[in-house]
Design a protein around this ligand. Structure first.
Ligand code: ZN
Ligand code: ZN
Length: 222
C-alpha cells in the first residue's frame, strides 16, 4: 500500500523508484512507531543518506549544508529545490496513504496476503499490484460499491461483477474500444461487463422476435 503511493516514487528525492518503507519519525528516536501511518515510500539512497534522523532534522541539515557547505552538516545532500519540497510531498503522500477508500481497497485485495520474507519477492508483489492498478482508467477505489460487504470488494470498476442471475461470457474488442468502454463504464458507475451487457441485451431480444415472426409467416401469407 505504501510502496505504490506517490506514483511509486521516493517521497524525498521525488525521482527514484521507491524501494523501501521509511519511518518518517525514526524508531531509534523513540518517537517513531512501526505502523503504516509512520511509513513513507523511499529509495535506498535517500534511506541511507537520512540515517537515523527524522525527516524534519534531515531537511534542516541539508538546508544548513547548502547555506554553509564547508561546515559539514551532511556528507550528501539532495539539491536545494528538492529539499524544499520534502515537507509538502510527505504531507501529500500521507493524505494518499490515509485515504479510507484506498486503504479499504488494499485491505480487501491484499489483506489476507502474507508479506513475503525475501526483498525480491516483496518487490515482485508490488510490481503485480502496480500492474493491476494500471489496468483501470481511474483508481478502482474511487468507483462506487455495488452493495455493502464487510469482507469483499464490490467496487464496480474491479469486483462489482458478482451479481445474482448472471454469468460470464467473453467478447473480443479492439484495444482502443475496450479502453473507451472502461471510461464509459466508470462514468456511468457500472462494471464494464454490465455496461456491455446493457448494450447487448436488445440484440438477443430482437433475434427472438425475428424467430417468432418467421414462425408466423407461412400462416400470415396464406
Ligand atoms: Zn530518494
Ligand atoms: Zn475489487
Amino acid at each position: 500500500m505504501v510502496l505504490t503511493a506517490y506514483g511509486g516514487r521516493c517521497v524525498y528525492c521525488d525521482e527514484r523508484q521507491s524501494e523501501t518503507l521509511e519511518h518518517e519519525a525514526p524508531l531509534a528516536s523513540g518517537k517513531g512507531r512501526d505502523i503504516w501511518w509512520n511509513l513513507v515510500p523511499a529509495c535506498d539512497r535517500c534511506n541511507s543518506w537520512k540515517q537515523k534522523k527524522s525527516a524534519v532534522e534531515w531537511v534542516l541539515n541539508m538546508k544548513l549544508h547548502h547555506a554553509h557547505p564547508k561546515v559539514g552538516f551532511c556528507r550528501n545532500s539532495l539539491p536545494l529545490h528538492v529539499v524544499k519540497g520534502v515537507k509538502d510531498r510527505i504531507a501529500e503522500v500521507k493524505r494518499e496513504i490515509q485515504d479510507a477508500p484506498r486503504r479499504t481497497w488494499f485491505e480487501r485485495h491484499y489483506g489476507d496476503k502474507k508479506t513475503p520474507r525475501l526483498r525480491r519477492e516483496k518487490h515482485e508483489e508490488v510490481e503485480r499490484c502496480t500492474e493491476k492498478m494500471e489496468r483501470y482508467p481511474y483508481p478502482p477505489w474511487e468507483s462506487r460499491e455495488t452493495r455493502h460487504s464487510d469482507q469483499y470488494c464490490t467496487r464496480v470498476l474491479c469486483c462489482g461483477h458478482t451479481q445474482k442471475n448472471s454469468t460470464f461470457t467473453y467478447v473480443t474488442l479492439a484495444k482502443s474500444d475496450r479502453e473507451d468502454l472502461k471510461r464509459m463504464a466508470y462514468e456511468k458507475g457500472l462494471w464494464i461487463g454490465d455496461l456491455i451487457g446493457t448494450l447487448l441485451t436488445p440484440t438477443p431480444e430482437e433475434w427472438r422476435q425475428s424467430q417468432h415472426d418467421d414462425d408466423e409467416d407461412p400462416q400470415g401469407g396464406a
